[in-house]
Design a protein around this ligand. Structure first.
Ligand code: CA
Length: 214
C-alpha cells in the first residue's frame, strides 16, 4: 500500500487530509508532532511520501523536512503551507521539499499533488507496468489481471474497465465516464453495455458477485 505520513497538529485539518487520502486509495499514517513523525517513519519504513505542516508544537516542519531529507533522499515531501506565509514555499523548497500545498486546499488539489509526486517519483513501481491494489495486480504491459496471485482471464473491455477503476481508486465512476473512456466518445450504443460488462467483471473478480465489495 502507498503509505503517506501526515504531520499536522490541528486535528480537524489532519482528519480532513486523512479522509481524503484514504478515499484516493492511500494509507495515511498520522503524527501530531515532529518527534512523533520521526517515530512513525521508523515504524513504517515503507512510507514514501510525507505531508508536513509547518507550525508545530515542537520543532517546525522545515526542520522535520531537513532531517527526513538528510536520512532519506528518496522520500517525497509536500509542505502544507498557510496562505499568509508566502515565504513558506521558498523556505520549504530550500529545505528539500518536493512540493507544497497552500491552506485552505480542496481535496482534489491535495490528491492531485500527491498523485503527481508519486508519478514523478514513479521509478520501479509505475514503470514496471504493474498496478497493485488490495488482492489485485494488473499488468499493463501484457494486459493481465491477478487476484491473490491467481490469473483472472478478462476480455479487452473488462481489462479496460478494471484498469479505469484501478486508475481511480475509491472513486465512483458513472456509466457515461466508463463508456467514454472504454468505448470512446463516438461509440453509438446503449449505456446498458456498461452494466453488462460490470456484471461480468464482478462475476470474475468478486468473492460473491451478488454482494460485490470491490
Ligand atoms: Ca500547525
Amino acid at each position: 500500500m502507498k503509505k503517506i505520513l501526515v504531520l499536522e497538529d490541528e486535528a480537524s485539518i489532519r482528519s480532513f487530509v486523512v479522509i481524503n487520502l484514504k478515499r484516493a486509495g492511500y494509507e495515511p499514517i498520522e503524527a501530531e508532532t515532529g518527534a512523533q513523525a520521526f517515530e512513525r517513519i521508523k515504524e513504517n519504513p515503507d512510507i514514501r511520501v510525507a505531508l508536513l505542516d509547518i507550525m508545530l508544537p515542537d520543532i517546525d516542519g522545515f526542520e522535520v523536512c531537513r532531517r527526513i531529507r538528510a536520512a532519506d533522499p528518496q522520500m517525497g515531501i509536500i509542505m502544507l503551507t498557510a496562505r499568509t506565509q508566502e515565504m513558506d514555499k521558498v523556505t520549504g523548497l530550500m529545505t528539500g521539499a518536493d512540493d507544497y500545498v497552500t491552506k485552505p486546499f480542496s481535496p482534489a488539489e491535495l490528491t492531485a499533488r500527491v498523485d503527481a509526486l508519486y508519478r514523478r517519483m514513479g521509478g520501479e513501481h509505475f514503470d514496471s507496468g504493474e498496478m497493485v491494489q488490495g488482492p489485485f495486480k494488473l499488468n499493463t504491459r501484457n494486459r493481465t489481471l491477478e487476484k491473490n496471485g491467481v490469473r483472472i482471464k478478462l476480455t479487452q473491455v473488462e481489462y479496460s474497465i478494471m484498469k479505469m477503476f484501478m486508475d481511480n481508486p475509491g472513486k465512483a465512476l458513472s456509466r457515461e465516464d466508463i463508456l467514454n473512456t472504454v468505448w470512446g466518445r463516438d461509440y453509438f450504443g446503449e449505456l446498458k453495455i456498461v452494466d453488462v460488462n460490470i456484471r461480468r467483471l464482478r462475476i470474475k473478480i468478486e468473492d460473491d458477485s451478488t454482494n460485490p465489495t470491490y
